[in-house]
Ligand binder design. Sequence first.
Ligand code: C2E
Ligand code: MG
Ligand code: MG
Length: 829
Amino acid sequence: MRLVRLSVTSIVACLMGFVALLLVGLHSMSEMQEKQAEIKALMALHHRIGEFSVASDALLVNRAAPALRESYRAEATSLKQTLAALAEAHPAARRAIHYVDFLVGTLSVVYEQPNGLPEESEARRQADSPLLLPQRSQAIISQVAGYGIELDAAIREVTSQRQAQIARDANWIAAGFAGAAALFGLFCIVAFGLIFRRINGPLRALSWAARRVEAGEHDVRVPIAGSDEFAELSRTFNRMLDQQDAMVETLSDALATRRALIDSLPAHIALLDGDGKILDVNDQWRHYGTINGYRGKALGVGSNYLSICRASEGSSAEEAFEVADGLQAVLQGERDAFALEYPCHSPDQRRWFRLMASRLAPDLETEGMLGAVVMHVDITERKLAEKELKRQAYRDPLTGLANRLGFTDAFSKHIARQGWNPHDILALLDIREMRNVNDAHGYDVGDQLLIEMARRLEHHFSDDTLVGRITGDQFILLLPGEDFASPRECLDQLADMFHRPIRLSELVIELAARGGYTLLGEEERSPETLLHEVEIALHETRRHDNSEFCRYDREMDRLAQQRIDLTRDLRRALEDDQFELHYQPKVDLTTGDVIGCEALIRWMHPERGMQMPGQFIPVAEQSQLIGPIGDWVLFQACRHLREWREAGLDLVRVSVNVSVDQFRSGGFTRKVREALEVHAIDPASLTLEITESVFSEESATLRQQLDDLHALGVRLSLDDFGTGYSSLLYLQQYPFDEIKIDMGFVRGILDEPLNRNIVAMILGISQVMGADTVAEGVETTAVRDVLLELGCRIGQGYYYSMPLEVEDFRWLLEKKSRLPLMPPPPGTS
Ligand code: C2E
Ligand code: MG
Ligand code: MG
């Protein structure tokens, strides 16, 4: 039976019992009241009988009026009736009835006799003394008195009998009520005992199980009996324990996995409490402690990490204090984490560790500090790799000298060690012939040469000299000023190093160097600034090409900055299509017919207006921008040529100026072929004008490219002939179709006989080579006439036309008129 039902049933039964008890009580009370009333009635009867006896006596003594005797008889009847109700149970009541009857009868007899007592009574009443009554009357009176006494005795007996009976009844009523109450109490005890038994057993079992579980016993289960709520509760409790067991198992599995994971981590891990006390450590920590001979079984567990750090001495003390401070900050919640890399070298092994301390429960909701995890990760491999990388990053792998980064680093260390010396010299040198050596003998020889040069530089100068190789053929040196009488002597020694021939097995290679240098001076600068200075100085040396060493000054810097700005602007100009081609006619000097034209680039600068090539082509050449600019010129010129041809204009050739630098990348021939194909141009219609400087870069690849272009059918023109490097040897070797006499000779042709002879000589060479000759800078008819006289047939110059915008030049072609268009102004001949 379910406990609730049992409890409800018990309570209902108890209530019913209680009601029954109440009813019994009420009944008993009414019974008692009845008994009380009966006793009262008995007492009243007793009193009435006493009265009746007295009245009997009175009636006997004094003659009573008939009315009085009538009420006496009525009272007697009433008494008899009352006594008759008692007569059945009490014989004394029957006796009392008889005595009443005797009394009434005696009185009736007395009153019916004519000489009866009444006269005597009257006489006695008048005499006022019964003792004076006659003898018979005395006997009757005694008889009546005797009856009265008997009646009284009878009624007393009835009363006492009745009272005893009532007392017995009352006892029975009380006993009945007490019995009912006892029965009710017993029932209640039994019911609640039953309930208690049903509750107490399972409850005790449950609390016992709970205590066992609390004590850590997990295999405890509550025995289940019946199917009441406690059975259900016990089942649930057992299920909970089962689930808890499963959870504990899962948790312990997870913990074991985590523990295994933490133990297998390649880090020494310790868990600290909020005060820095070590609570637990992982296997790696123990292992490390064991193999390093740390004393104590606990390997630090239980000790205070902060105290250990603060007690450190010797070389590691500084880092240990730093760790203590950092860790304290973490433990106090001032920071979430702290990390430090530190060396921990053993006698036979160099080792580094990274310490990381992370705060546990870093969330702000957690009040106070729970602790921290400290991890030491062995970063030796990384450190060694870093060192190696640094070494590689700082070293030139070919020569073993410091590279750019290494040199700046060595420089900084040198200054830190020796201080800033204003007399020190920083020099940057490059080998002029390096490119030729590579071309002529191959890169292996070039490499050997660089290695040899590095050894030479290293060994020649004192130990205080820093030597590095910062790019292909550039060596940098920091030379102590004290080692030399003057900077000049220092530079001479340097140049001498490079000028001494280098012997590589069979080969003897002669070299020359050029360089830039800067004096450290009074103003301290960073190594990067100094490097920048010598690079600018070297650049200046290269630009002038007339001295071995340029010394840096600020003006160079300004110009260099200008070049940088210009380079940036040029790049933008290319993107924004700010270039234009102007065309200057090449004219038949005899007829004035336009037989070709030269494309000349112009830069329409948005702020500075039209910029001439001299203002930007050199910078474009230095910054590699000449490649894309030259390509643009090539394609643009071919496009215009195609447009003119499609328009039916009678133009044979277009000349395009090509910078030597455009040949360096090696793809120029392909570009030319592409431009010709894209615009379907006959290669013979395109002339490439290359200045004499091409020979300064004389190399096998350049020669190959020129041969390829020539084979393609493109005409090659040697521009500004006579100004530079040309030697007859070169002319013979290169396939030029045209030679342009530099305008310097042409303009001086009238005044300087030498110029006239030079022009004549050039015309002769061209003739021998089978090349056309074009005279540049024809500005007057007089010059034209002399040129014609010398046998020059083609010219170009302001006399005929300025370089024209493309629309104007097209107009000129359409007009098909001879040049010059206008007769020369008077006085120009
Ligand atoms: P260049 O190839 O020798 O071109 C001839 C230069 O002489 C042009 O100067 C032209 O305007 C100028 N000129 C022509 N006739 C006369 C004359 O009667 N008197 C005087 N005083 N000058 C005359 P520009 O256009 O300033 O070009 C200068 C140089 O810039 C060119 O010399 C050429 O070497 C270079 N250049 C021009 N355009 C390009 C180009 O597209 N690419 C490359 N790489 N260089 C170019
Ligand atoms: Mg030219
Ligand atoms: Mg020229």
